[in-house]
Design a binder for this molecule. Structure first.
Ligand code: OFO
Length: 167
């Protein structure tokens, strides 16, 4: 049985994951305006992954006999962007999510909730991967410095990303 405090925090994380999905969908739309189909694909894959993250939290709360409380999803702050600023926003967002996962883990530990603590391990590793893959694209974008040929090559690479089957 989860404490009410852990249950509330897990419900809030469902909202954060759904917001993440929504933000990546907004980034995909912005990338489309820039005429970068590979970037659109990358953000859409990320969108699908965030929905799967929300689902993991959702299933875990129910598995532990908890109650789901869904709340309103905020509007993503995505304005007129460049390819680089989109990825910089993505990285800042993932860093924020990492902090939330760490805080959740601290809470689970402080309540000796080993089940939630172990459940969150997957997310700790996932965040390391997500930050690294986002940072790698930022590095590439900085390297090509807006050169259209370089951007074209990166776009082709991002077009190859596929949704990974759930581990
Ligand atoms: Fe992008 O990460 Fe979810 O958790």
């Amino acid at each position: 049985m989860q404490s009410k405090q852990v249950e509330k925090a897990l419900n809030e994380q469902i909202n954060e994951e759904l917001y993440s999905a929504y933000a990546y969908l907004a980034m995909a739309a912005e990338a489309d305006k820039l005429g970068l189909p590979g970037f659109v694909n990358w953000f859409k894959v990320q969108y699908a992954e965030e929905l799967a993250h929300a689902d993991r939290f959702f299933n875990f709360v129910l598995e532990r006999d908890g109650t789901i409380e869904l709340s309103a999803i905020g509007r993503p702050e995505i304005g007129e962007e460049t390819a680089l600023s989109l990825f910089e926003k993505a990285l800042a967002h993932e860093q924020h999510i990492t902090q939330l996962i760490f805080r959740l883990k601290d809470l689970a530990r402080s309540e000796s909730d080993h089940a939630t603590d172990v459940f969150l391990e997957w997310f700790v590793k996932e965040q390391v991967e997500e930050e690294a893959s986002t940072r790698a694209v930022i590095d590439q974008l900085k390297m090509v410095a807006g050169d259209p040929n370089g951007l074209f090559m990166i776009d082709r690479e991002l077009a190859a990303r596929k949704v990974e089957p759930a581990a």
